[in-house]
Write a protein that binds this ligand. Structure first.
Ligand SMILES: Cc1ncc(COP(=O)(O)O)c(C=O)c1O
Length: 235
């Protein structure tokens, strides 16, 4: 998997160090960050719940309602055709962004909870067997805990939880100790967790997979280094 450093954007699939993030330029893209709250510039950290939108997104959404607003995939009139094309064009853009093999690998969902439930029910329920282990960390949001607990109760997989230290950080060494031939799936919100997911150390029958949850942080996930195991990235 190509190196991807938190806070640093790199074109998907490119190996080597990425260009440093130009924070001021990025801030300039977000009109809401010009707001002052209590006389001070807005600092917004709740991106996992709702991300602020850059001007390009606000403009595109406004343009949609002004010129294309219609159902996708169902209408036979001009507006619906425009909306469908715009929707499918985004799928291709997202494919290129994360370096997926085919556009149909991109699935649009409403948020993290729906995305992880989809992987748990649509992929893991079929692939995993009783006794297989799912590894998460103790710092996961409910959306990355409950789907696995449901699967545990339904099909008898085991949920292994890597500890965090007193500073609230994942103990990567402890996480790594939980990975082995019984590991059927790894799911975590941290980029480094997936680097710990070394397919060669896991089950050889290709029943395993991994999910990296980005919340709404919109970091790039480079999937080009996929090995024998399936990987899911949630942007
Ligand atoms: C850290 C984190 N992860 C996941 C979620 C769930 O996201 P969604 O509402 O998109 O299902 C939230 C929601 O607040 C969150 O704060």
């Amino acid at each position: 998997m190509p190196a991807t450093t938190p806070g640093i954007l790199s074109p998907a699939g490119r190996e080597g160090p990425a260009a440093p993030l130009d924070v001021e330029k990025v801030r300039g893209d977000f009109p809401i960050l010009k707001l002052k709250i209590n006389g001070k510039p807005l600092v917004y950290l709740d991106n996992a719940a709702t991300s602020q939108k850059p001007a390009a997104v606000i403009d595109a959404e406004g343009d949609f309602y002004l010129t294309q607003c219609a159902n996708i995939h169902r209408g036979v009139h001009q507006l619906s055709e425009r909306a469908t094309k715009a929707y499918e064009d985004v799928r291709v853009k997202a494919q290129r962004l994360i370096n997926a093999r085919e556009a149909r690998e991109i699935v649009f969902v409403r948020g993290t909870t729906e995305a992880i439930n989809l992987v748990a029910t649509g992929y893991c329920r079929k692939k995993l067997r009783a006794g297989d282990e799912i590894v998460i960390s103790a710092m996961e949001h409910h959306s990355n805990i409950v789907p696995w607990q449901i699967l545990r109760d339904e099909i008898g997989v085991l949920l292994r939880v890597a500890p965090i230290n007193d500073d609230g950080e994942i103990v990567f060494e402890e996480f790594e100790k939980l990975l082995g031939p019984r590991t059927g799936f790894v799911s975590g919100a941290r980029l480094r967790l997936l680097r710990l997911f070394r397919p060669q150390g896991l089950r050889p029958d290709r029943r395993g997979g991994a999910l990296r949850q980005g919340g709404a942080a919109r970091v790039h996930v480079a999937l080009s280094g996929r090995g024998r195991h399936d990987q899911f990235g949630q942007l």
